[in-house]
Design a protein around this ligand. Structure first.
Ligand code: ADP
Ligand code: ASP
Ligand code: MG
Length: 406
């Protein structure tokens, strides 16, 4: 018998009425003779509310307690959805992450799933019950509650689909699929019928928050068939799958952007072996992730070095870099936390030249200055002033003919 894992995000379970609607959808699938395991997020806004509450009682809450608190959001939803299912005579049973032994490492607030014990779920499935599992949470080897990072319910769903050998993992959300770019920014963005794991991974990593990065990594690694669909409308959604080498791939599949960016520059550092390590080592040591890095070619015996970090890490990184600058005798440290990154993504880029030049020309025509550039086989990213985000994304969307045909 077919087994489907369905995940419903925060907006989809945002009220009692919406939970009842999800129950109807699940029960309808069940009636078609399919076994269903449902993963749910907290009701929309709940995780943010809990986070704010934590910071009200302690500006720097401990991560163990934070996880204990944040995980309660999903616990509310599993119980409510199971009750709603029972109410329409669809037998169901809810489980927290701990109850189905979603074993993770101990990295609170960003734990990774290591193992899942499927025996309880299998018993329920055999008994004809819908299994409802709390997303976003697990337990470590010592029984501490952990969470998987924001948006982590997607990853719970994919991991369960893999562990249960499900036929498909369906991510139900408030858009009806993956679009060429965020449809909230470009209203005429086009829905994609299919996208490769590789492209989806780049899009998620570069800021398209429709799927958590780790869920795509996991799905790609274990070839879990993944589909993004709407909770509110019927449709086929977007299938995320292996690249079909027999068909020609679109040049550009999508445009991703990230508002969560800041850049730092250290000017006039001695140009000698080991200097990159000397500058970036202390930043990495305080746990700040570095994204793009650019080092200028030295004109004299000194050089300039620029890198980007998450905006929330900007102040901390600036302080550490200022200390390094003093030690190195560098001329100055400069920074800008009003920048964004815009990226073109497409596997078709591999075999086509000229995409970068069209991108740069389009931005130039709009008077948008490019501050940094980085490329890989299937993406080109530029950093620009945040005031150009909407304009830049829309102009590129038109330049590459990504809009819907409607
Ligand atoms: P959920 O609460 O269901 O997990 P999310 O808010 O995490 O939903 O993800 C869905 C949102 O992702 C959409 O509302 C949309 O604004 C945003 N999004 C960003 N980029 C894209 C894209 N390329 N295609 C579709 N949605 C996107
Ligand atoms: N509730 C969590 C969050 O808001 C997890 C999720 O929704 O996937 O990030
Ligand atoms: Mg999400």
């Amino acid at each position: 018998m077919t087994l489907i894992v369905q995940k419903y995000g925060g907006t989809s379970v945002g009220s009692a009425e919406r939970i009842a609607h999800v129950a109807e959808k699940v029960a309808a699938e069940r009636k078609k003779g399919r076994n269903i395991v449902v993963v749910v997020s907290a009701m929309s806004g709940e995780t943010n509310r809990l986070m704010a509450l934590a910071h009200e009682v302690n500006p720097q809450p401990g991560v163990r307690e934070l996880d204990t608190l944040l995980s309660t959001g999903e616990q509310v939803t599993i119980a409510l959805l199971s009750m709603a299912l029972e109410n329409i005579d669809c037998p169901a049973k809810s489980y927290t992450g701990g109850q189905v032994c979603i074993q993770t490492d101990s990295q609170h607030t960003r734990a990774r799933i290591q193992d899942i014990n499927i025996s309880k779920m299998q018993n329920d499935i055999s008994a004809g019950r819908v299994v409802v599992v709390a997303g976003f949470q697990g337990v470590d080897a010592n029984g501490n509650i952990t969470t998987l990072g924001r948006g982590g319910s997607d990853t719970t769903a994919v991991a369960l689909a893999y562990a249960l050998k499900a036929d498909e993992c369906q991510i139900y959300t408030d858009v009806d699929g993956v679009y060429t770019t965020d449809p909230r920014v470009v209203p005429d963005a086009r829905k994609l019928d299919q996208v490769t794991y590789e492209e989806m991974l780049e899009m998620a990593s570069l800021g398209a928050k429709v799927l958590q990065i780790r869920s795509v990594e996991f799905a790609s690694k274990y070839s879990v068939p993944l589909r993004v669909l709407s909770s509110f409308e019927e449709g086929e959604g977007t299938l995320i799958t292996e690249e079909d080498k027999s068909v020609e791939q679109a040049l550009i599949s999508g445009i991703a952007f990230n508002r969560d960016e800041a850049k730092l520059t250290i000017l006039g550092v001695p140009d000698r072996p080991g200097v990159a390590h000397y500058i970036l080592g202390p930043i990495a040591k305080i746990g700040v992730e570095i994204d793009m890095i650019v080092q200028n070619i030295a004109e004299d015996t000194t050089t300039d070095f620029t890198f980007t970090v998450h905006r929330s890490d900007y102040k901390q990184a600036f302080e550490v870099l200022s200390m390094t600058a003093k030690e190195l005798g560098a001329r100055e440290v400069k920074g800008d936390d009003k920048i964004v990154k815009i990226s073109l993504v497409g596997v078709g880029m591999r075999s086509h030249a000229g995409i970068a030049s069209t991108m740069f020309e389009t931005l130039a025509e709009e008077g948008i200055n490019i501050l940094m550039i980085s490329t890989s086989e299937i993406k080109i990213s530029v950093v620009v002033d945040e005031k150009y985000l909407e304009l830049g994304v829309s102009a590129l969307h038109s330049a590459f003919d990504l809009h819907s045909e409607k």
